[in-house]
Every structure is written in C-alpha cells, then in structure tokens.
Design a protein around this ligand. Sequence first.
Ligand SMILES: [Zn+2]
Length: 466
Amino acid sequence: MRTLIRFLLLLILIAGIALGGAWFWGGRAEGPAITIVQPERFVGQATTLQVTVETPGGDLSDLDVAVEQGDRRFTVASMTAAAGTALTQESADRVSLSQPIGKVAIPELASGPARIVVRASRPVMYGLRQATSSVEKDIEVRLEPPRVSVLSTKHYVNLGGAEFVAYRATPEDVTSGVKVGDIEFPGFPASGAGIQGDPALRVAVFALAYDQDLTTPISVFARDEAGNEAATAVGHEAFPKPFARSRITVDDSFFARVLPEIVSNTPGLDLSTAPDDLLDTYLAVNGDLRRRNADTIRELAGDTAPAMLWKGAFNQLGNSQVESRFADHRTYFYDGREVDRQVHLGFDLAVTANVAVTAAERGRVVFAAYLGIYGNCVILDHGLGVQSLYAHLSSIDVTAGAEVEKGQVLGRSGMTGLAGGDHLHFTMLVNGYAVNPVEWWDPKWMQDRILRKIAEAGGAPGGSRP
Ligand SMILES: [Zn+2]
C-alpha cells in the first residue's frame, strides 16, 4: 500500500515536472516575426507606418503598435481595439498593417526624436500561453517644411529648349530640383558647377519639352525624407518655336534594307501581329520600338556626374549639311497613303560617308551599343543631367565608362538603324528628354543662359572632373 502511494506520488511529481517543463518551454517559444517596413527614418505630416507580422498559420492573439516620444505614448493600433485597425492577410503566415502616424494622425507629435514600438503575440500550448515578441525603431519627426528660393535671374525658355537655374535649398539633405509641369529635373550641389562656399546652393538644368504647353508652370522644389515639400515658382518667359512639318515616303525597298538589321539586333521586338508584312513591321519599329528606345534613353539619364564636365558651347559636326531639324513633325506615306506620324527629336547632319564623329564636348560614355531605330549609338554624359546622343554610326570606337575629351573620335557615321542614308543623328538630352541642340551649339546662348548665372553666383564655370 505504501509502495503504491509512493509510486503515485512519484508519478504526480514526474507529471508536474513535465508540465512545468512544457510550460517553461512554451514560454520560451518564439513570438511572431515583426518587421517595420516604413518609415525608414523620418516621420512628417502624413507619413504611413507599414508593419508586417509573420507567424505560423497567421495565428495572432495580440498586436500593439505605438509611437513613443519623451514620456508620452500614442497607441496607433491594437488588436484589442480592433476597430479601425487595417490588417491585411498577405499570405497564410503573414499579415501587414498600414496606418498613418504623421502629425495629421497624431496631432500631439512634436519635432524631434521618437520611437515606434510594435508588440505581437501568438498562442502556444493550445492557447494556454502566449509567445510575445517586440520590435522598436528610432525615428525622427520632422514637421518643418524645407525652404527653397531662386537665386538666378532672367530665365528664358524656348519650347523644346533648356534653361539653367541657381537656387538655395535647406536643410542640406533635401532632394531638390526643377518641376516643369509633371516632369522633374534633379538639382545638384552648386559646387559641381564651380560655385563654392554655400552648401545650400544648388543648380539645375531643365527643359520645356517640345510637346508641353508654353504656359506650363515651372518651379524649384525641395522634398525631405519625411515627405514635407516646398516649392517656389521660377520667374521666366517662355517662347514659342515653329517646328517644321515634312512628308516622308517609305517603300518596300527601304523596308527590305533597314528592317532585317533592326529586327536581328533587337531581341524581344514584337512582330507577332504580321511577321511577314513589311509595312506592319516598319510601323512597329517606327512606333513601339521608337518609344522603347526613348525609355532606354530616359533610364540612362540617371547615370550622370554631379558636376559640369563641359566648359562652353558644344561642337556641331564639322562641315555638315543639316538634313532635318529638331522636332520636325513627320507624316509618313506608303503607296500614296498616310501610314504614320512621328516627331523627329534631333538633328540630321550629313557630310560624306564614314566621316569621323567626334564628341561635342567633354564627357563620359554612358552607352555605346546598338539601340533600335538609332542603330549603333553613343551617348555621352556631360554632368548635371546633360547628355548628347550620336546615332546611325557605322562603327563605334569607344566603350561605356570611358572618359572622352571634346573633339575625340567616337566612331564613324553610317546608316545603321532607321536611316535613309549616311548621316549623323545628333541630339542633346536634359535628364533624358531631347532638347534642341541649336542652343547648345550657340556660344552666346551658353554664355547668357548658363555661364553668366554661374559667374553671378560666384562660380568659376565649368571643367571640373569629380
Ligand atoms: Zn535623325
């Protein structure tokens, strides 16, 4: 009998230890995996907090999100007060929460450091215990909008042309630039244009695209990481530019000469509609491929030096005959009927066949390869978002990344791509948008529009190599 009682007591003891152990280990089970996706560092007027929580089976028993500042605590979301908490089931194991935490949502928030605290629990041991985890992130509340003011004077913009502005933007870590309608042009520290001394000074080259309205608003803007933005208008005058209209007749012999080369050099060109129809193929090349090429050119705009690599006016190809001008509005005829309309965004310059094509100014090669309608193509970066493009080359003598001096040979003219004969298609680009090169070839324009403003801001223009 006593043996039996002892045995039972021992059994109870073992069960107790096992239960206690399970309880203990259950308590040590890992809580949900919490990630604060946004904000990265700054919170402004209307910042949104983004949190993901991962747990097996998506089984969440508690979620508490708060912003702490000093000894104050603002609850942003909690599962116990589930109303208004926007949880999204992203996958079987993952939920996400998106909640405004800016000054608009939390009016008591003040500028300065703060902390986001997220706590989440999941049930373990059949719900007898909770496994909890928490994550904190230090943030900075920024409520003061940046300041921006224009320094340079006399801004004259031609339709399809470029302009230059010097301005101040504070605090120093803001993103700033020029907005022309919906199009943004990045600003750069003015030291890149040889203007020293004031770290708040910025410069930007911007353009009024050939197809924008003359009354398009132009402003300088500054935006901080907390999403606060300031903008001020750039006083300017805009001038119309008459663009030529021309008729271009295309025929099967032209198609047969240019299309096979373009198609074989352009992987992914969609000719599925009518692979055997030369006219359809031509229209796909002249339309879709032209747009794709424009996208590629715009992507290359980000590859620019934060400094002005050029010193003065750009060179036009020597002794060249102008065959077509910037923004020529072309109507295409085939077999007597209109089949297409496109705008020619460059200058066609002809000398003789296979003439040496030289760099219009100092720069760095950012592209040297086949590019659809442009055939063998070189793009040079001159800094501050300014680039030049050389197309239809028969051969290329430079490689991407190479630094080139003004006048250095880039390759030989030719008729690769969509070219009717041997010529150089040349254009200037401002942040990837084609602008009229006539301005850049003109020493007086360069002096009045760019070099004067740099000198007036206290700079020694041009020629810096970062
Ligand atoms: Zn051309």
